[in-house]
Ligand binder design. Structure first.
Ligand code: NAP
Length: 275
């Protein structure tokens, strides 16, 4: 059974979802979503920049799961932020997804000079029925503090890269003490976690896969996770992370692995500017 968490706007979010980045091909999208819903997933993470919202919309329409039982996430990309076109970008996402609301809409990256105004746009959207919760992604403490000072609305979620090779304890604790749910993206470090000796040793001890150990580590840190996969067996086994516990001493060993490794790069348009 996939656990859920109550967000600060009183909506419930599953703690496991399917990540849809790197899936631009219709067949991969349909396989991933069908396999995920069959395995019990109800949360789907996408973004306009993943260029697959249309296929995801088609898969959702056919998947036989009532809309109210699904939790759909999308994000506004940097270009729309710079153009002041967040509301337009949101409408286009809804249209591609064939939906009349999303459960969570996020600022994909804190574009300097823009993200404050984008947040105000998201706040406006959240007063309509078209968005149930609003959140951010790739925000550091300084960005969250800037939002806190400028806006009365606290993001429901901050989606950040997090896995044993990149554990930003300070940011996670800041979010958790301010009512912001942390969602770990690339929770397998894009696959780089899976060959790490320490993770493999822990996996053997618990008779689990390395992926299950990395995902369970994040769950025990109080995070939600959105592993990406278009492989039915991987999708199924990645969901089996709520029926075992990693002991504290092994969690401490996994904590020693963090070395700031990033599998998802910084977008080109933010590379040469401090943000
Ligand atoms: N907000 C942001 O800026 C941002 C940035 C990056 C990603 N994301 C989100 O996070 C999601 C996940 O990130 P990601 O896909 O880059 O990285 P990831 O989830 O860490 O890793 C995905 C890779 O791991 C493999 N994999 C998955 N489960 C496996 C298993 N049980 N055993 C072996 N290999 C396994 C997948 O291959 P197979 O297909 O073969 O399983 C794929 O190559 C994205 O899809 C996206 O939704 C958000």
């Amino acid at each position: 059974m996939i656990e859920t968490v109550l967000l600060n706007n009183h909506t419930r979010m599953p703690r496991l979802g399917i990540g849809m980045n790197h899936m631009e091909n219709e067949k991969a999208v349909i396989t991933a979503i069908n396999s995920a819903v069959t395995a019990g997933y109800r949360m789907i993470d996408t973004a306009s920049s993943y260029r697959n919202e249309e296929y995801i919309g088609q898969a959702i329409a056919k998947c036989q799961i009532p809309r109210r039982d699904l939790f759909i996430i999308s994000k506004v990309w940097n270009t729309a932020q710079r153009l002041g076109d967040t509301a337009g970008a949101f409408e286009r996402s809804l249209e591609r997804l064939q939906l009349n609301y999303v459960d969570l809409y996020m600022i994909h990256w804190p574009v300097p000079g823009c993200y404050g105004a984008t947040w105000d746009e998201l706040a406006k959207l959240s007063t309509s029925r078209a968005v149930l919760a609003i959140g951010v992604s790739n925000f550091e403490i300084r960005h969250l503090e800037a939002l806190r000072k400028a806006s009365g609305i606290v993001p429901a979620v901050n989606q950040i890269e997090c896995h044993p090779l990149n554990y930003n304890k300070e940011l996670i604790e800041y979010c958790q003490s301010n009512g912001i749910e942390v969602q770990a993206y690339a929770p397998l470090a894009g696959g780089a976690c899976l060959d790490e000796d320490i993770i493999c040793v822990v996996a053997t001890k618990y008779a689990r896969t390395p992926a299950q150990i990395a995902l369970r580590w994040a769950i025990q840190k109080g995070l939600s996770v959105i592993p990406g996969s278009s492989n039915t067996d991987h999708i199924r086994s990645n969901a089996d992370i709520f029926s075992f516990e990693i002991e504290e001493e092994d969690m401490a060993i996994l904590d020693t692995m963090s070395r700031g490794y990033r599998s998802a790069g910084i977008p080109d348009d933010l590379k040469d500017i401090p943000f």
